[in-house]
Design a protein around this ligand. Structure first.
Ligand SMILES: [Zn+2]
Ligand SMILES: [Zn+2]
Length: 138
């Protein structure tokens, strides 16, 4: 452990503070709109003062820490969203791109039935269904 005068320690402290401030800024983007699914590009666009590669790196750190989850919505659509207390799934509109959440209850006894038929034990499941949202189907 170096003294406060040690330039390496000073650099570390400064970079730590910077990271903390940037983390807080990135986290605030998700807090501001908790239902939204944000791509890394969306987050970077919301924070023009933060270097884009820092945004991408910090998003991955927040995923590793269990604060954000990476949600794959098909194709190149990879989004970040806040981790929730309960399992939830996604309904993706193939026409307008809208993403809705649906509670785990909708799938009823899926896990029990899967295990009975195949022996497969469903893990922390996340299901993405594609179709038309009510507006597009309307
Ligand atoms: Zn739609
Ligand atoms: Zn979601």
């Amino acid at each position: 452990v170096g003294s406060p005068e040690d330039p390496a320690v000073g650099d570390l402290r400064r970079s730590g503070r910077r990271l903390t401030r940037q983390r807080a800024a990135i986290w605030d983007v998700f807090v501001a709109d908790p239902e939204r699914h944000l791509s890394a590009e969306d987050v970077a666009a919301a924070l023009p003062d933060v270097n884009a590669s820092t945004v991408y790196r910090t998003l991955d750190v927040l995923v590793d820490e269990g604060l954000l989850r990476r949600t794959d919505l098909g194709g190149e659509r990879r989004y970040y969203e806040r981790v929730r207390g309960h399992a939830h799934h996604h309904l993706v509109c193939e026409r307008c791109g809208a993403v809705e959440h649906v509670h785990d209850d909708v799938f009823g006894e899926l896990g029990v039935r899967l295990r009975a038929e195949t022996g497969f034990v469903l893990g922390d499941r996340e299901i993405t269904l594609f179709g038309l949202c009510s507006a597009c189907a309307g």
